[in-house]
Write a protein that binds this ligand. Structure first.
Ligand code: PRP
Length: 182
């Protein structure tokens, strides 16, 4: 089975656009941290592609850790209450933490995560998110590095999935209606 162009309604961002923006974000991060070691915290699973590409563009020394989180209930995230499925292995005391996310939708996940990590004694805590849907925001999150503002449509690719598929696409696309209907 191969992906076909009929599966996608529109390519919102190409691989070239994504990588070019990530280079700009990496340059900004390098400038801001000036050689201080940064702990990149990736949020599974969507952030894996951003983490892989962004981290390799940085010249600042980094270490990497991962969290897996899930919202309670039906998975609609409406409660904003998040459960930790996999916690960090790293003690955050005195560390410069940069959360790396693929997308901010309602903002509930990051809002919760940022306050959770802030309580662990980090020297600093900032957020980098490649995509943001401004029209979907329910809670304001202070995101220092944002890649692209995108429309509030269902998007896949570059880490983002539909039923665990499409994460490996190099671009960001909206899905055709018939994919949902099948
Ligand atoms: C996505 C994304 C963020 C969250 C953003 O993860 O990676 O973590 O949703 O949504 P919010 O701003 O409305 O809280 P998802 O729960 O789909 O898991 P995944 O990364 O494993 O695909």
């Amino acid at each position: 089975m191969t992906h076909t162009s009929e599966e996608f309604k529109e390519i919102l961002l190409t691989e070239e656009q994504i990588l070019a923006r990530l280079e700009e974000m990496a340059a900004e991060i390098d400038r801001d941290y000036q050689g201080r070691e940064v702990l990149l915290v990736g949020v599974l699973k969507g952030a894996i592609m951003v983490m892989a590409d962004l981290s390799r563009m940085l010249t600042t020394p980094i270490s990497m850790d991962w969290m897996a989180v899930s919202s309670y209930g039906s998975g609609t995230k409406s409660s904003g209450v998040v459960r930790i499925l996999k916690d960090l292995d790293t003690d955050l005391t005195g560390r410069h933490v940069l959360i790396v996310e693929d997308i901010i939708d309602s903002g509930l996940t990051l809002s919760w995560l940022a306050s959770n990590l802030r309580s662990r004694g980090a020297a600093s805590l900032e957020i980098a998110a490649l995509f943001r849907k401004p029209a979907s925001i329910q809670v304001e999150v202070d995101v220092k590095y944002v890649g692209f503002d995108i429309p509030s449509e269902f998007v896949v690719g570059y880490g983002l999935d539909w039923n665990e598929q499409y994460r490996n696409l190099r671009f960001l696309a909206t899905l055709s209606q018939h994919v949902y209907a099948e």
